[in-house]
Design a protein around this ligand. Structure first.
Ligand code: ADP
Ligand code: GN1
Ligand code: MG
Length: 364
């Protein structure tokens, strides 16, 4: 809720290989982590936009390694998509600095990167139709498939143990016992809910599933849908692309792309796992990822939705108890509201899990 510093985007942009005259910059998007701006240039009478991002280096502690990952991933995608129609809109393209680096470090120590702005497509904070869910899942599955043959070495872990649910649970236990912001009393039932579900936290890690290159933050607004066709054209937000389980990605799709409500909805009656959305997700994901997934991975698709929704709920609750130090908040109690929607969704998934499992078995 703190006032955003006023960054001088004109000066920052002058360090990148961008032609034309700077017109202006405005904050853009609704991400919880980085600071994102749309920056416009006049290029021979035409207005051309770029996305500029200040990397949150309190969260991503090794921005240089992170940018190395993104460079490798986007180069690989570029090679694989070369020649496809509209391929330049199908992947993020980094703009280099004048010195040829993939990021610029300003005098205050902030790390900045710039991307070509993908025009004619947009992200959504809440899903509106099964067709959108299918398009998003197909795009994320394709993303995993295209990266399956990324040459060695292994990508850097930009946030170690990012989806290690038992460690996320332990962090919550610590936050409860420290109660630094004296807020545990405001979250009694959420704490009780979290503690009552401890037994699910280790299930995926114990299942010995294969490590893959995964996105790890497949929130619905991290894929841009073509405004004309609805196709999921570009997967964005690549900070957490690193080794992981395919199911982390599918689980986060279920978390963010089955309920009609936004993540911070205060009317919990609106939060529900809509079965047609799950079916569309499963069909879309299997259409692009089905040929490389193992049987065990497929069998865990519904469970992964429950687990990742629970895990992000734990993280919102932990941050609420710790005094809102991680996720950007825009109102008092914002992280607690977000936690409540996650736990409500876990309940809804639990009720429908047998049907979800049946569907996945039928889809094969
Ligand atoms: P965060 O990590 O904070 O979520 P994102 O990388 O997801 O940041 O970017 C925030 C928003 O900016 C996205 O939700 C999307 O709407 C928009 N965005 C990001 N990159 C691009 C791009 N290359 N072209 C168009 N829009 C973009
Ligand atoms: C953050 O960056 P953004 O807003 O897409 C978070 C995800 C959470 C998500 C919850 C690096 O994603 O892990 O699932 O918020 N990203 C990081 O909305 O922690
Ligand atoms: Mg994002």
């Amino acid at each position: 809720m703190s006032q955003k510093p006023n960054y001088d985007l004109r000066t920052i942009a002058s360090h990148f290989q961008i032609l034309g005259n700077f017109i202006g910059a405005e904050p853009y998007g609704s991400g919880h982590i980085n600071d994102t701006y749309s920056v416009s240039f006049n290029q021979g009478g035409k207005v051309v936009r770029y996305i500029f991002q200040r990397i949150n280096h309190h969260i991503f502690k090794q921005p240089v390694a992170l940018m190395e990952n993104i460079q490798r991933v986007t180069d690989h995608l570029g090679k694989k998509l070369a020649g496809e129609p509209g391929s330049s809109s199908r992947l993020l393209t980094l703009i280099k600095t004048l010195g040829g680096a993939p990021f610029y470090r300003d005098d205050a120590g902030s790390y900045w990167r710039a991307y070509i702005f993908i025009e004619g497509a947009r992200g959504y904070d809440a899903v509106e139709s099964p067709a959108q869910a299918m398009a998003a899942a197909r795009a994320f599955g394709r993303f995993q498939k295209l990266l399956a043959d990324l040459p060695a070495p292994r990508l850097h872990d930009t946030i170690p143990d990012f989806h290690h649910t038992p460690k996320r649970f332990a962090a919550l236990e610590t936050a409860i016992s420290n109660d630094v912001a004296n807020r545990a009393k405001l979250a009694r039932s959420e704490i009780e809910f979290a503690l009552a579900h401890k037994e699910i936290t280790g299930i995926l890690l114990d299942a010995r599933l294969p490590e893959r290159v995964t996105h790890n933050d497949t929130k619905f607004n991290n894929v841009l849908l073509d405004e004309a066709t609805g196709e999921g054209i570009c997967v964005i937000d690549l900070d957490t692309v690193m080794p992981g389980l395919a199911l982390y990605d599918f689980g986060d799709m279920v978390r963010t792309t089955t309920s009609p409500a936004r993540e911070d909805e205060q009317d919990l009656s609106k939060v529900t796992m809509q079965f047609p959305m799950f079916e569309a997700l499963a069909r879309g994901y299997l259409s692009s990822a089905g040929d490389f997934l193992t049987l065990a991975e497929k069998q865990f698709l519904p469970f992964s939705g429950k687990l990742i929704t629970f895990e992000i709920g734990l993280r919102f609750l932990t941050d609420f108890l710790a005094g809102d130090t991680y996720f950007k908040i825009h109102r008092e109690g914002h992280n607690l509201d977000r936690c409540r929607t996650q736990f409500k969704l876990v309940e809804s998934i639990k009720q429908q899990e047998p049907n979800m499992n049946k569907l996945v078995e039928e889809l094969g």
